[in-house]
Design a protein around this ligand. Structure first.
Ligand code: NAD
Length: 710
């Protein structure tokens, strides 16, 4: 090493005749405008230095280069020259050979940067990909033009339209990289560059390559992929735009395709889908910030868990822990129930083995982490005790008294109740400050969402520790307050109510499901209810009947269907008929029940437009969400979005219900709610918060920002 010149945040160092350019922009070396400017300057210096014969481009820290800087999306900074796409061309046009040294996650703009280089070496742990479609945009810095030229059309379509990364070995097989480093990446990259010089190798410029295959074969392949995308990702525009851009790579010269890519990239970036997906990305990062709990709160380590009750939920919760390597003591009321619970867990694992997702060995390892017991004393050494017994206050009272007796003094005590008051449950113990709700979703081993229910007296470190635990066991933890149904189910209730009312007034279940599915949900409210089991909602409804105000509109349709023993898919019939497995078929029996109900209400059934169906389903839940915010039961509107994205299948490309309301405009939402209120009274009155935000031209997003500043 001789001389050195520093141009932050890219550093140029001379290693004899090789210039090493190191990107240094923690945490992920994103291509922010400062990095782009600095890299272009260093490149120019290296190219003008007569002592330099080749260049190695590498990254400090975790990776070569993470991606374009997502914070620059939809801001003028993104346009600052050189833009990422110009930078890749500058690299490619360099007269001196450039070798990209790739380590860590090299994604999006990072991989496009490497594709602008002439050769690529990857560390064996590197991952490479173009995940832009997952944020609703397309690779816009030459990725859609260079990758198909380098690796062929079909592999490039797969990588770009799925957004999924490949590991170093696959990258080598596909031809994305020329070599995998086996020891020190930088030394090997320098040696590789010297070797190229010694062999008088020419720069390999991908833009000059031709895509393999005839025009006819390639256009056919594109059309086949277009059909597949429409089927597998309905409604998503970014994969289709990406495919269009790849098609340009087939049909046009590099320069033309590159220009057209910029336009497609601009269109996708300006789309509501991209804004929604970027919102979802940031919303998921926000959940960890709990304004009144300091980030340096000392956490209680959770290395062992006890779960009381090995039923549907207890079994799934136990699996979540042992899947993440945390041992569990599973405690049941009787040996028989315990054996049943254990065999359900085992058969769940066996189903995964059958699908090729788990090995026998791994299943044995996971099962060996569960200690089954019928003795409460066996919870003694656990850091957290989670109760998942029947949903009855008296039973919970007895169980929590036992937990209080046997759990360690510093243990976290949690209930998985979905409808009971966590404040009341906490008072069954002598240590209410140690109690909180952990509301897992069914199936608990699969569903990502965990509502972390902070009760009135729960101590801060307990909340913070369970947030950290959620991450450890691969859940998305969101802090919520105590209220009926917490956040998710409380908002679900008005959404389902509207479904029933729409049916009474003129729509059929399939009309509503179709509209909601067209919007992007995988299943509408009626198909979901049939899948979950109508008996569960029936039981909740019966319990609530005692407290329901007499003048409140109520639909008895669920009652009537359940009275026929139709509990949904599991009984072969519910709102629909299921004669062929899971295929929901409209049933004349249901039609008759619905028509009779409309008649009994003296309602003239009418044709209900799709817009009205969608607004009534979504705005009822949004209004409830606004009330939840107003009551301080969720920290941010974006937390509510995360709950709906991970617990209820809200379409990610819509961002979540509250973000969707912002996109529609709160003025529009509020006016529609007023109109509905005038027409149906009932619960349509807009929440005070929603109205005041609408009146001041604000949004839930703006409201969130103010909460953080408080
Ligand atoms: P479940 O009926 O499937 O299982 C309850 C289990 O608790 C049974 O195996 C029973 O033997 C056991 N049990 C009862 N009393 C016990 C005691 N004193 N000591 C030890 N074990 C005892 O019920 P579930 O569906 O797993 O629900 C459990 C809890 O989770 C409930 O509070 C429910 O509201 C909540 N929850 C359920 C769902 C869901 O979809 N099923 C979703 C979220 C939350």
């Amino acid at each position: 090493m001789t001389t050195s010149k520093t141009v932050s945040p890219v550093v140029l160092k001379k290693h004899g005749e090789i210039a090493v350019l190191t990107i240094n922009n923690p945490p992920v070396n994103a291509l922010a405008k400062e990095v782009r400017i600095s890299l272009a300057t260093c490149l120019e210096s290296a190219n003008q230095d007569p002592e330099i014969l080749a260049i190695v481009l590498c990254g400090s820290g975790k990776n070569l280069c993470g991606r374009a800087d997502i914070r620059e999306f939809n801001t003028p900074d993104r346009e600052v020259k050189p833009m990422s796409r110009d930078l890749m061309n500058l690299l490619e046009e360099s007269k001196k050979l450039i070798v990209a040294a790739i380590h860590g996650p090299t994604l999006g703009g990072g991989l496009e940067l490497a594709l602008g280089c002439h050769y690529r070496i990857a560390d064996k742990l590197a991952s490479l990909g173009l995940p832009e479609v997952q944020r609703g945009v397309i690779p816009g810095a030459g990725g859609t033009q260079r990758l198909p030229r380098l690796i062929g059309l079909q592999p490039a379509i797969k990588m770009i339209t799925s957004g999924l990364p490949v590991d170093a070995n696959e990258a080598l097989n596909l031809g994305i990289v020329d070599l995998i480093s086996t020891s020190d990446l930088l030394s090997e990259s320098i040696a590789f560059a010297r070797n190229l010089i010694a062999n008088n190798s020419e720069p390999k410029r991908i833009s000059a390559m031709k895509i393999e295959g005839s025009l006819e074969e390639n256009t056919k392949l594109i059309e086949e992929n277009r059909l597949l995308l429409k089927k597998n990702s309905p409604g998503l525009s970014a994969p289709i735009h990406a495919l269009e851009s790849i098609r340009n790579a087939v049909m046009m010269s590099f320069d033309e395709g590159w220009k057209a890519e910029a336009e497609l990239s601009r269109i996708s970036m300006a789309s509501d889908q991209s804004r929604s997906l970027v919102h979802a990305f940031f919303a998921e990062r926000q959940i960890h910030k709990i304004p009144d709990i300091s980030s340096d709160t000392i956490l209680r380590p959770i290395k062992k868990a006890a779960i009381i009750g090995a039923g549907t939920m207890g079994g799934g919760i136990a699996m979540s822990f042992v899947n993440a390597g945390v041992p569990v003591t599973l405690i049941e009321i009787s040996s028989e129930n315990l054996a049943n619970g254990m065999s359900r867990i085992e058969s769940n694992y066996k189903a995964s083995i059958k699908r090729g997702r788990l090995t026998e060995d791994e299943m044995s390892r996971r099962l060996s982490r569960i200690t089954a017991s019928t003795n409460y004393a066996d919870m003694r050494d656990s850091d957290i005790v989670i109760e998942a017994v029947y949903e009855e206050m008296d039973i919970k009272r007895n169980v929590f008294k036992e937990i209080d007796r046997f759990a360690r003094g510093d243990a976290i005590l949690a209930t998985n109740t979905s409808t009971l008051n966590v404040n009341e449950i906490a008072l069954f113990t002598s240590r209410p400050e140690s109690v909180l709700g952990t509301h897992f979703f069914s199936p608990a081993n699969v569903m990502k969402l965990l509502e972390i229910v902070r009760a009135d007296r729960t101590s801060d470190d307990i909340v913070a520790s369970v947030m950290a635990m959620a991450k450890e066991i691969n859940k998305v933890g969101v802090v919520v307050g105590v209220c009926d149904g917490f956040v998710g189910n409380r908002m679900l209730a008005p959404y389902f109510r509207q479904g029933d009312f729409l049916v009474e007034e003129g729509a059929m279940p399939q009309d509503i499901d179709n509209v909601v599915e067209e919007y992007g949900f995988r299943m509408g409210p009626f198909r979901v209810s049939d899948l979950a089991g109508l008996d569960i909602s029936w039981a909740i409804e019966k319990r609530r009947a005692e407290t329901r105000p007499l003048d409140e509109r109520f639909s008895p349709l669920l009652d009537r269907i359940c009275q026929l023993g139709r509990y949904g898919q599991k009984t072969g019939a519910g709102w629909y008929l299921y004669e062929e497995g899971r295929k929901a078929v409209p049933d004349p029996v249901i039609e008759e029940i619905i028509f009779a109900r409309s008649h009994e209400m003296s309602l003239n059934r009418r044709i209900i437009e799709d817009d009205e169906i969608l607004q009534r389903c979504l705005y009822s839940m949004i209004n409830e969400g606004a009330k939840i915010l107003e009551e301080g039961l969720a920290i941010r509107s974006s937390d509510i979005d995360v709950i709906w994205l991970h617990g209820y299948g809200f379409p990610r490309h819509r961002g979540g219900p509250m973000f969707y309301a912002d996109l529609v405009g709160l003025r529009n939402v509020c006016d529609t709610l007023d109109k509905f209120h005038k027409e149906w009274g009932d619960k349509w009155q807009p929440s005070g918060l929603l109205r005041s935000l609408a009146d001041s031209g604000s949004s839930f997003g703006e409201w969130d920002k103010k909460q953080i500043k408080k």
